[in-house]
Design a protein. Structure first.
Length: 767
C-alpha cells in the first residue's frame, strides 16, 4: 500500500493503457500534479460520479505537461493499473494524496474468456473499418499477445460510453463480465454506424447533379426523419405562421415573406441564414397589434400616486392633467414629460407608478453612458452581432405597443460616435415617431402610442434641441418633515419586509426617527435614509437570531451605539458669529448645499489676495470682483482705503478636497469681505446666493429652489436672494419654507442695508 498524489477527473474515466489529455486548473489539483511531475510519481486518478469521488481508479504516468496562459496545465496521462483508494489525505502545500492498493482481475473460465475476446475483437475491427468518425489516435485493436485484459480496457475507452458505465467497467474485477458488456455495446455501436451509412446511401441515391449543393441539407433531413425530430422546413413553417399571426402592416409582412422565401433557399450553414432567421424572429416578436386598455379612472390614479409617494404635489398634478387630456382625446400628442431633480427624490418610482395607474406595461431605458447613435437607432443587420436599438428592445420586452418607457438619465448622453440626441429627437417627435424605422429592423414601427417619461439630475446638461421637446417638471428635495413622513409611511415597511422583522419585534421612536433624519442624513432624496434604517434593522436582526425574544424599541439614545456618532452637526455655530464669515448657498447635482465663506486680513502686507478651498476660476473672479467693489466704495462705507494696500487678504472655503465653482458666490464673498473690513458680524442664520457686478448690481442665479431647501435643512432662519429670482419661488409650496424668511436685493445697497442695519451708510444713490 503506497501513497500517491491524487487527481479528481470530471467527465472521464482513465483505463490502463489509455492515453488521456486533460486540463487541470483547480489549485489543490495543481499542487498534487506538481508533486507527481517533480518526484516522477504515478498519479492516482479517480473519476467523480454524482459529485462523489469513486473508490476505484487508475494509476497514471504524466507523459507531457504544458502551462497555459491562465495558469492551468494541459497534461497527457497514460493509464497503468487499477487501484482501490483506502485513505485520503489533504495537504495545504501538496494537494490531495491517498493510499492505494492494486485491484487484480479474478480468474475465470479460459475457454469462455477466449470466445468473448475473439467476438469482441471481430466487432471492433469491423467497427474501426466502417466508422470513419472514430479518432485516429485510437489506432487498431491491441495484438493478441497483449491478452484479453488489454483488449477490454481498449474497448472501454474507444466506445465512448457514458461515464457511469465506464466507472462500472473499471470497478468490475470479473474479466468475463467486462468482455460480455463491451461486446454488447460494440454491437450496438456497429448497428448505429451501419444505419447511418444506409441513410447516407439513400440520400446520395436520391440526388441528381443539380442537387449536389444541398447534400448536407438532405442528409440532416433524413437523419431527423429517422429520429422523429422536426426538420428545418417545419421550423420555417412555424416561423411563417408566427409572422402571419403578428398582424403586422401589409408592407412589412410583404417584406418579411420575401426574406422568408430567400431563407428557404439558403443552406442552414450559410452566414446569411442566421442573420435573416434572427431578423424574422425579431419581427415576429414585436407587438404590432398588442396593446393594453388604459384605466381612465382619475380617482384611482390619484389614489395610487398618493399611496406610493409623499408630497410631490406639482408632478402628481401634471401627471393627472396629462391623463385627463388623454381621456378626452386618446390621440392627443403632447410634450414629453421630463422629471428633473436630484438623486433619490422619486423620479423613477413616479414613472413606474404612472404606468401602474394607467394599467400599462413599464420598461426602463437607461440613457446613461449612451455614446453611439446606433444604441438608439439600432445596428444594420449586416454587421456581426447586430441588435435593435434600446427603444425597440424595450418595446419588445414590454410586449405591447403602448407601454410607459422611462428614458432615464437624459443628462448623461454623450456623442462619441454619431449623435444619440438627434436619434432621440426622432423617437420623441410626435410628427415622426408614428413611423420610426430602426436600422436593424429596416421597417417602420408606430411609437406614437408609447408614453415616454424622461428623467435627469441636471437640466442644463440635456442637449438643447432635445430639451426643446421636453416639458420639464422639477422635483425639489425633501425637507426634514417630509423625510420623516416618507420614512414612516414607505421606507420602514419596505425595510421591515426586506430584513424580515415585524413591527411587533422592532419599532423606532418618533424622536429617534427625527434625529436620524437631522443628524445622519443631509441629502435631497431618501436613499441614504433608507440605507441607515436598513443598518439599524440588520443589527437588530442579529440580536434576534442570537436568541433575543423581547421586542425592541430604538430610542434616540441608541443611535450612537447603532450608527456611530452623528454624521452632521448643526450648521449654526460660534464661527458664524465672527466677523469675516458668511454662509453661501451652492448647487450640486445632488441638490443644494450650504457653503461657508471665510475671510481674513493681515497687517504688513502689500494688498495680495490669497484664495484656497479648491475654488474654480469663476469663483476666484467673484472674490476679486467683491474686493474691487468694496475698494471703490470704501469712502461711503467708512473703510480706510489704505488697508487695501497695506494688508493681505485670504479668502477660504472649507472642505478644500471638494472642487467648487459656479457663478453664484459673489454676494457671499462680498458679505464675508465687508464683514471683515467693517469688523461686524453678519446676522445669525442668514444664508445668501447671488452674483454681483462692479457697478453694484445683483445678478440672478440658478438652482434657487434647491438652495432654499438646503438652507431650510441646515437650520437657517433667512435667505438672501437676487430680486430677479423672486419669480422662481412663486410656485414653491409655502409649507416647504416653514419659518424661513426670504429677502431679495437688486443692488448692493440693499444688501448692506440687510447685513448691517445699524450702520449709517453714506452711499450715494444715483437717480
Amino acid at each position: 500500500m503506497q501513497s500517491h498524489p491524487t487527481l479528481a477527473l470530471h467527465g472521464l474515466v482513465l483505463f490502463p493503457g489509455m492515453l488521456r489529455p486533460m486540463v487541470v486548473s483547480e489549485p489543490s489539483a495543481l499542487l498534487a500534479l506538481a508533486e507527481a511531475i517533480g518526484q516522477d510519481l504515478p498519479l492516482a486518478c479517480f473519476a467523480q460520479v454524482d459529485a462523489q469521488l469513486a473508490e476505484v481508479g487508475c494509476l497514471g504516468r504524466v507523459l507531457r505537461s504544458v502551462t497555459l496562459g491562465d495558469g492551468s496545465l494541459r497534461i497527457l496521462v497514460q493509464g497503468q493499473t487499477r487501484v482501490v483508494r483506502t485513505e485520503e489525505e489533504q495537504h495545504a502545500s501538496r494537494g490531495m494524496w491517498c493510499q492505494v492498493m492494486d485491484l487484480p482481475d479474478s480468474p475465470g473460465n479460459p475457454v469462455q474468456i477466449g470466445a468473448s475476446e475473439a467476438y469482441l475483437r471481430q466487432v471492433l475491427e469491423e467497427l474501426l473499418g466502417t466508422d470513419m468518425r472514430r479518432p485516429t489516435e485510437m489506432g487498431a485493436a491491441p495484438p493478441l499477445d497483449e491478452g484479453p485484459q488489454r483488449l477490454a480496457d481498449y474497448a472501454a475507452g474507444m466506445l465512448q460510453l457514458p461515464v457511469p458505465m465506464q466507472q462500472v467497467l473499471l470497478e468490475e474485477i470479473d474479466l468475463l463480465s467486462r468482455l460480455d458488456v463491451l461486446a454488447l455495446e460494440a454491437t450496438k455501436a456497429l448497428e448505429l454506424v451501419n444505419l447511418s451509412n444506409d441513410i447516407q446511401q439513400q440520400a446520395r441515391m436520391s440526388m441528381d447533379r443539380q442537387q449536389r449543393h444541398a447534400f448536407l441539407k438532405e442528409q440532416i433531413a433524413a437523419c431527423q426523419a429517422e429520429l422523429g425530430q422536426p426538420n428545418g422546413k417545419s421550423d420555417l413553417n412555424r416561423l411563417e405562421m408566427r409572422l402571419k399571426a403578428a398582424n403586422m402592416p401589409a408592407e412589412v409582412l410583404e417584406e418579411a415573406e420575401r426574406e422568408l422565401t430567400r431563407l428557404r433557399m439558403l443552406h442552414t450553414e450559410a452566414a446569411e441564414y442566421g442573420v435573416t432567421r434572427g431578423w424574422l424572429d425579431t419581427l415576429a416578436g414585436l407587438p404590432w397589434d398588442r396593446s393594453t386598455v388604459d384605466d381612465n379612472d382619475l380617482g384611482n390614479a390619484r389614489a395610487i400616486l398618493n399611496r406610493d409617494h409623499h408630497g410631490l404635489d406639482e408632478p402628481k398634478q401634471r401627471l393627472l392633467e396629462y391623463l385627463a387630456v388623454r381621456q378626452l382625446n386618446p390621440n392627443a400628442r403632447g410634450a414629453i414629460l421630463c422629471l428633473v431633480g436630484p438623486p433619490g427624490v422619486g423620479k423613477t418610482s413616479l414613472a413606474a407608478t404612472t404606468a401602474q395607474a394607467l394599467g400599462r406595461e413599464f420598461q426602463k431605458v437607461s440613457m446613461g453612458g449612451v455614446r453611439d447613435e446606433a444604441e438608439i437607432r439600432g445596428h444594420r443587420r449586416t454587421y456581426i452581432g447586430a441588435l435593435p436599438g434600446r427603444i425597440m428592445q424595450a418595446v419588445r420586452r414590454a410586449g405591447t405597443r403602448n407601454p410607459v418607457l422611462l428614458l432615464d438619465e437624459m443628462d448623461k448622453l454623450s456623442g462619441e460616435r454619431g449623435d444619440p440626441a438627434a436619434a432621440l429627437l426622432e423617437v420623441l417627435d410626435p410628427s415622426q415617431n408614428h413611423s420610426f424605422e430602426d436600422h436593424y429592423l429596416g421597417v417602420p414601427f408606430d411609437l406614437s402610442q408609447v408614453l415616454f417619461i424622461a428623467t435627469a439630475n441636471v437640466e442644463h446638461s440635456i442637449p438643447t434641441a432635445l430639451l426643446d421637446r421636453l416639458e420639464v417638471i422639477r422635483l425639489p428635495g425633501y425637507i426634514e418633515e417630509e423625510k420623516t413622513q416618507i420614512a414612516r409611511q414607505h421606507l420602514l415597511p419596505r425595510v421591515r419586509q426586506r430584513v424580515g422583522l415585524t413591527e411587533a419585534q422592532l419599532r423606532i421612536s418618533p424622536e429617534a426617527l427625527t434625529t436620524l433624519v437631522r443628524s445622519y442624513t443631509r441629502e435631497p432624496g431618501v436613499r441614504e435614509l433608507e440605507r441607515q434604517l436598513e443598518r439599524i434593522f440588520r443589527r437588530m436582526a442579529l440580536r434576534f437570531v442570537e436568541g433575543r425574544k423581547r421586542a425592541l424599541l430604538v430610542r434616540e439614545k441608541h443611535l450612537c451605539e447603532l450608527l456611530g456618532p452623528p454624521t452632521y452637526r448643526p450648521t449654526l455655530n460660534e464661527g458664524v458669529l465672527r466677523p469675516g464669515v458668511a454662509m453661501g448657498l451652492a448647487w450640486t447635482p445632488a441638490g443644494g448645499e450650504v457653503l461657508h465663506v471665510e475671510a481674513a486680513g493681515f497687517d504688513d502686507g502689500t494688498g495680495n489676495l490669497q484664495l484656497t478651498g479648491s475654488l474654480g476660476d469663476v469663483m476666484k473672479e467673484s472674490v476679486q470682483t467683491a474686493l474691487s467693489l468694496l475698494r471703490s466704495r470704501s469712502r461711503q462705507l467708512s473703510i480706510d482705503s489704505g488697508r487695501f494696500k497695506r494688508e493681505d487678504f485670504h479668502v477660504h472655503c472649507p472642505s478644500a478636497g471638494i472642487p467648487k465653482d459656479g457663478p453664484s458666490a459673489g454676494v457671499a464673498m462680498l458679505a464675508a469681505l465687508s464683514s471683515l473690513m467693517l469688523n461686524r458680524s453678519l446676522p445669525k442664520g442668514l444664508a445668501m446666493s447671488g452674483e454681483i457686478t462692479l457697478r453694484g448690481q445683483v445678478l440672478p442665479v440658478g438652482g434657487v429652489k434647491e438652495k432654499v431647501l438646503a438652507a431650510r435643512r441646515a437650520g437657517m432662519s433667512a435667505v438672501l436672494l437676487p430680486e430677479s429670482n423672486r419669480v422662481d419661488l412663486a410656485d414653491l409650496d409655502p409649507a416647504l419654507l416653514g419659518d424661513l424668511r426670504l429677502h431679495y436685493a437688486g443692488d448692493v445697497e440693499q444688501i448692506f442695508d440687510l447685513l448691517f442695519p445699524s450702520l449709517t451708510l453714506r452711499i450715494h444713490r444715483s437717480e
